[in-house]
Design a protein around this ligand. Structure first.
Ligand code: GLU
Length: 291
């Protein structure tokens, strides 16, 4: 299978140069256009169908933020497009499905989406229901506060007082923060999406928002100076691409695509064009975990 894929990639390199490269999300971004995939694989099915459904976030600047054209933009969106392109599916054939944190496993299990790229931390609990390609990025949980508030220095602050923190249902940070709370019922506010936490912070209904540093950085950049990050990262959040449990061939294919994109510059470009606007250091690709 791997050999087949490499052959396909080689064939594709020819296809690519024939149409003069790509860029900008057009048809030139489909290096998989002449690839052939093993019968019965997800890649073959999707390529033949010439459409794919991708779950991502719609309210996270830098990773997945719905634009005026109704389509999301961000690093996750670019990663998803690279994967689709390697199956010969151009970006305009992707159907984007808003996928809040708590529904990610469910939409994969139900087949509502073909894969999820949504700031999605790989962990063992989730692996009971879905499989992950990647990681393609490693974030870490942090705290965001109002810029004029210097009283929150780290998660320990919540144990000492009555301050309130907001996060999202079905997220790893929403779960992890509980160990730092004196009174979970009084101090933890959980919404379905982070943008509601951002509003609550703005309106003084909570004292902090907690999730991955890069998600928070996007909100800080968007806040006109109203918010800042505080303290340091206190977890590791390796981001994976969620696929249907047991679809090992699709997972291997996506892992190959990530490795390739990390080497040929597409990963770096995806970063620079999106989250790189507020975190200019292009991340070093973590080694994919072919578990
Ligand atoms: N990476 C964390 C998670 O997968 C937080 C970000 C999110 O909720 O999407 O739960």
């Amino acid at each position: 299978m791997r050999g087949m894929y490499i052959a396909a990639v080689a064939a594709l390199a020819l296809g690519l140069s024939a149409c003069g490269g790509g860029g900008g999300g057009g048809a030139g971004d489909t290096p998989g256009a002449t690839a052939s995939f093993e019968a019965g694989t997800t890649m073959e099915r999707l390529k033949n169908a010439q459409k794919v459904k991708v779950g991502t976030k719609f309210d996270q600047p830098g990773f997945g933020l719905k634009g005026l054209d109704g389509k999301p933009a961000g690093f996750d969106v670019e990663i998803a497009k690279i994967i689709a392109g390697e199956m010969g599916i151009s970006a305009d054939k992707i159907e984007w499905v808003a996928t809040p944190s708590a529904v990610r496993e469910e939409v994969i299990e139900k087949g509502d989406v073909d894969y999820v790229v949504a700031t999605y931390t790989i962990n063992d609990k989730r692996k009971e229901r879905v499989d992950f390609a990647g990681p393609y990025y490693v974030a870490g949980q942090q705290l965001m506060v109002r810029s004029d508030d210097n009283s929150v220095t780290g998660p320990e602050v919540f144990r000492e007082g009555t301050k309130k923190v907001c996060s999202v249902q079905g997220s790893t940070p929403g779960n992890n923060i509980k160990q730092y709370l004196r009174d979970e019922a009084a101090q933890l506010v959980l919404f379905d999406v982070y943008s509601k936490c951002v509003d609550a912070l703005k309106n003084n209904q909570v004292d902090a928002v907690t999730t991955d540093n890069v998600i928070l950085l996007g909100y800080v950049a968007d806040s006109n100076g109203a918010f800042k990050l505080t303290g340091s990262k206190f977890t590791e959040e390796p981001y994976g691409i969620g696929v249907r449990k047991g679809d090992g061939k699709f997972r291997t294919f996506i892992n190959d695509v990530i490795e390739k994109a990390c080497q040929d510059g597409r990963y770096a470009k995806a970063w620079t064009d999106t989250a790189g606007k507020f975190d200019p250091n292009v991340p070093t690709c973590p080694a994919v975990n072919r578990y």
